[in-house]
Design a protein around this ligand. Sequence first.
Ligand code: PBG
Length: 325
Amino acid sequence: MSFPEVRLRRLRQSRAVRDLVRETSLEPRQLVLPLFVREGLTKPVAIGSMPGVAQHSIDSLRAVAVDAAEAGVGGVMLFGVPAVRDARGSGADDPRGILNVATEALAAEVGDALVVQTDLCLDEFTDHGHCGVLAADGSVDNDATLERYASMALAQARAGSQLLGLSGMMDGQVAVIRAALDAEGFTDTLLLAYAAKYASAFYGPFREAVDSQLTGDRRTYQLDPGNRREGVREAVVDAEEGADIVMVKPAMAFLDVLREVRDTVNIPVWAYQVSGEYAMIEAASANGWIDRRAAVLESLLSIRRAGADAVLTYWATEAARWLRD
Ligand code: PBG
């Protein structure tokens, strides 16, 4: 060949060379496992829309959290499914509410091995399924919801949650919760702001996971999928309000937002590989249309490459084991 010797394939010639020059790493410590605990269960119940994922009893929850810790996973993010719901989501800040009771159990069991995290949102606890309380006209009342979030934050911190995942998309939630925690001495409790959380069709399977009561949608508080700048703006505002970490969610359909957020803020940025992303790869794998393990690892590596410092994924424990092998 006579052209100038630009041989890009030199860097791809062997596994050893490729391993040495790979730009992006994927490690167990960068993975966070979302977990569901349901009040009243004595054994786990499979979630049909998320094969391999279950709603847990307190005992089975402990076991999967220990398993995650042994695999080297960086954290678990806990969601609660209460037996009874009401308009204000009373179970959310009740110290005997399922999420707070389960948090206590997890903090005791694995709190030294990984970061025990809790979802802070009202949607699992309200009988209308919205992330906040409703005004008389049926709209989601931002400022009345903030009072509920502050109370929920204190209940979770008291239960031993080390990191609160603020997923409700109410304006001012980071500042209000930070102030409420600090006033009670919880200055070490970390805040993860679901800053750029889009109103996404990819949350579909999750609605079964938490027995969601929602009719309609969340478009008056979650972001429009067409808007990238607005997602970046949310992340900037949340960082200014005191978020320790910001998140982009979903992950795979919003990798451009993830990259731009990573380039804009100087705090950790996480991404949530949501239920629909999980379900798609599981369904294609079950049909033999895709190599499951390769597709899962590629999806996670790509989310890291786009800018995520850590990834919430339902494959966290399994992927951590693959990465260690
Ligand atoms: C709301 C919440 C949702 C998810 C996480 N937190 C659902 C929603 O906003 O409708 C979705 C997670 C997933 O799909 O895996 N508390």
